[in-house]
Write a protein that binds this ligand. Structure first.
Ligand SMILES: C[S@@+](CC[C@H](N)C(=O)[O-])C[C@H]1O[C@@H](n2cnc3c(N)ncnc32)[C@H](O)[C@@H]1O
Length: 339
């Protein structure tokens, strides 16, 4: 297993569930794979070692820049594309592949992004309250300083699964009236002051609030939903889709999509089963796969990982209905929530 280090602090990003990913990708020499989340290139490297060609995508320009040495090492078999995975079919076509044999996505942020204080993802390191993977568009500070309190409550409550969202948003609104939020530690302290911190707490009280803001700022759930639809379009029959997620909102989205695409909905006992839906995927295993005990012991990040995979069938894609994802209705806040 390879790991790549950041120039700043030499903390490696350890690829999560790599053996399980490789097994599900089932690549043969000469096949074409998309690594939708290049990061430190841990998956891409391993895919390249199977002899496959890889189109690797990342929305973070620093990840793409750092990956150039892997491009050189594999002599033309790796194409790096800066962009969002919602667009992965277009990016693959641009790289010369109208169909691919496998797609993998490892959702979330990399250790390098969290470790670099100036990216503003960490409540443990002081930095600008930013959290933008792509370094464009509104920052987390913009959201915290300008959104109406009910919108902040919804974001923190829904995307952070935070039961105390209303109390946190009240305190944010009170504090920002005196001093706008600029740094990660300012927000972390604000949340900690609201929730308190007990010695037995396993996670920092600001964990859920930071997660919510990060997901919102980067439109992560919409991105994931669109990436699943794009994979459905670009995978050839027999092509494999492999997704690793780290929290329940994301896993639920993948689960709902695969259930919709791979299961004939059960009819009543008394009625004939009628389902004309096109089943574009076949799931090898119905449930999610978790990291092994051994991996969980070494890499704490892997403990919450869930891997789901499916194989593209020959069925043509039917009408697209995004309600299958059950996405929370938050997108309108991004434009309409400003004061
Ligand atoms: C968990 S890391 C991937 C680590 C990688 N598998 C490895 O082994 O090094 C996730 C990466 O996906 C990127 N990312 C997140 N959302 C994205 C999106 N919507 N489009 C493209 N890249 C995205 C992040 O910038 C980050 O570099």
């Amino acid at each position: 297993m390879s790991s790549t280090t950041t120039p700043q602090n030499d903390v490696p990003h350890i690829p999560v569930m790599l053996p399980e990913v490789l097994r599900a990708m089932n690549l043969n020499e000469g096949e074409v794979a998309i690594d939708a989340t290049f990061g430190a290139g841990g998956y891409s490297r391993a895919l390249l070692h199977t002899g496959a060609q890889v189109v690797a995508i990342d929305r973070d320009p620093t990840a793409i820049a750092a990956g150039q040495e892997i491009v050189d090492e594999f002599e033309g078999r790796l194409t790096l594309s800066h962009g969002c995975f919602s667009d992965l079919d277009r990016l693959a076509i641009e790289a010369g592949h109208s169909q691919v044999d496998a797609v993998v996505a490892d959702i979330g942020v990399s250790s390098m992004q969290i470790d670099q204080a100036d990216r503003g993802f960490s409540f443990q390191k002081d930095g600008p309250l930013d959290m933008r993977m792509e370094m464009t568009g509104p920052t987390a500070a913009d959201v915290v300083n300008t959104f109406e309190r009910p919108d902040l409550t919804r974001i923190i409550g829904i995307l952070g699964d935070e039961r105390q969202a209303s109390r946190i948003s009240a305190e944010i609104v009170e504090r920002r009236a005196k001093t706008p939020f600029e740094t990660t530690l300012q927000l972390a302290k604000c949340v900690e002051d609201v929730l308190g911190r007990k010695a037995k707490d396993r996670i920092h009280p600001a964990t859920r609030t930071f997660q919510a803001l990060r997901i919102f700022v980067n439109r992560e759930l919409d991105e994931l939903a669109e990436a699943l639809l794009a994979s459905e379009r670009i995978l050839k029959p027999g092509g494999r889709l492999v997704v690793v997620t780290f929290h329940s909102l994301e896993d639920r989205l993948v689960k709902r999509f695969l259930q919709d695409r791979s299961e004939v909905s059960g009819g009543s006992r008394h009625l004939p089963q009628v389902d004309t839906k096109d089943l574009t995927f076949k799931q090898i295993k119905r449930g999610a796969v978790s990291a092994s005990k051994e991996e969980a012991a070494i890499n704490p990040r892997s403990r919450s990982a869930k891997l789901r995979s499916a194989i593209r069938t020959e069925c043509a894609i039917g009408e697209i209905d995004r309600s299958v994802f059950g996405l929370p209705r938050l997108a309108e806040l991004a434009t309409g929530g400003k004061r």
